[in-house]
Write a protein that binds this ligand. Structure first.
Ligand code: 1HN
Length: 380
């Protein structure tokens, strides 16, 4: 029997109408999730002590020629794809053994490295080697040829940050393998540090009309020295402590077009006030131990751990010893298109009510879409 739906007409007429719209691959906007869609990124922490032995296992079991990059991804359990840390960013751990080379390629995604352990390895970008030490922030701008090699006698491990999910969402992902294992070295080692690493001194004769910084390596020793000097004068930000952004020395803008990158120093015992902002952020603990409260849950961190604060989640940090964070987010993009928004917590003197401790989520028997074993994907 037909049901009267009021001015809209009979129910079966409506069903028929919806079916007609569906047949032309349409949908009534009011039938969709629309703007009510929530973010999937969960606040999460990956412990380095869990990953380190697995990285060495990967090094023993998976030849670098097969993997191209010997990388374990830190996969956010809230996101159904099997590999991203936030809706827009990847956070990976990469290991390279003495004598190995991770062959040259380039892609339209941007990449960064934050060195965790070892010395003697380099990243070569468009023919310039940059040697890496713990704490260094190393850039691989989009569409530059890059390979990694380890000339030293220790394994080297670093955090990789990439904007691949963001680039894939815009369907602007391009990828190319270089015709030889390594791109020819055309510049002196660490040339970019000598040209652009002078702080506020910018070479006048260089034209660098690019979206990204020409400086390939922001050395940790210099960053730490700067942070410590600032700490003698000021408390810095109530939310982030003594916090600096890695910038493009030619423009003052973000180091990479899509990723804003920061270093923050917190004095022992510092307890920052909570705020929330757009731009999902990945934090890596360069130094120290403590905990952060994210949307009411306590996340304990130690040196070398990595954690995610999703967009618009309250967060505050508590350093139990002197702590240094490296962090990166998509706020370079968000800010440039007017989507940045920030709010400080007013109540309770800026501190959240604690609702419990973070517990790692159980791992599903076999995560949907994740193959237990597979060869690296073939590319066009
Ligand atoms: C990449 O090029 C590297 O060059 C590491 O070290 C991880 C993850 C996805 C796509 C490209 C690297 C990557 C990557």
């Amino acid at each position: 029997m037909a049901t009267d739906t009021g001015p809209g007409g009979k129910m079966e007429d409506l069903d028929l109408f919806y079916e007609q719209v569906k047949q032309v691959h349409g949908r009534g906007l009011w039938q969709t999730e629309g703007t009510a869609k929530k973010t999937a990124t969960l606040p999460y922490i990956w412990k380095y002590q869990d990953f380190r032995p697995l990285l060495f296992k990967a090094a023993a079991m998976v030849p670098i020629e097969l993997a191209e990059r010997r990388v374990l991804v830190m996969a956010n359990p809230g996101i159904t794809s099997d590999w991203q840390a936030t809706s827009t960013l990847l956070a990976n751990l990469q290991i390279i053994l003495p004598g190995e080379v991770a062959r040259s390629h380039r892609h339209s995604a941007s990449a960064l490295r934050l060195v965790i352990e070892g010395t003697g390895a380099y990243t070569a970008v468009d023919g310039e080697k940059s040697f890496m030490e713990p704490g260094d922030f190393v850039t691989t701008p989009n569409w530059t040829w890059h390979d990694h090699g380890n000339d030293g006698d220790q394994a080297m491990i670093w955090l990789d940050g990439l904007d691949v999910p963001l680039v894939q969402a815009t369907e602007a992902m391009f990828y190319e393998v270089y015709g030889a294992e390594q791109y020819p070295i055309v510049n002196p080692d660490d040339m970019s540090i000598r040209l652009y690493g002078g702080g506020a001194l910018k070479p006048t004769w260089v034209k660098h009309n690019q979206y990204f910084s020409p400086l390939l390596n922001y050395k940790f020793a210099k960053t730490y020295e700067t942070l410590k000097a600032m700490a003698e004068q000021t408390d810095g930000s109530p939310h982030d402590g003594i916090s600096v952004e890695y910038t493009n020395p030619m423009t003052g803008g973000p180091a990479l077009a899509t990723m804003s990158c920061f270093a923050s120093l917190m004095a022992p015992g510092l307890h920052t006030k909570a705020h929330r902002h757009t731009g999902g952020t990945i934090y890596h603990v360069i130094k120290g131990k403590g905990h952060s409260v994210i949307n009411g849950k306590v996340f304990r961190w130690d040196e070398k751990d990595t954690f995610v604060v999703p967009s618009w989640h309250w967060h505050e940090h508590h350093a139990e010893s002197e702590a240094v964070f490296f962090s990166y987010s998509d706020s370079a993009v968000i800010t440039s298109v007017g989507l940045y928004r920030e709010e400080a917590l007013e109540e309770n003197n800026g501190h959240q009510k604690i609702e419990g401790n973070f517990e790692p989520l159980p791992v599903p028997e076999r995560a949907a879409g994740v193959q237990q074993r597979r060869e690296p994907p073939k590319r066009d």
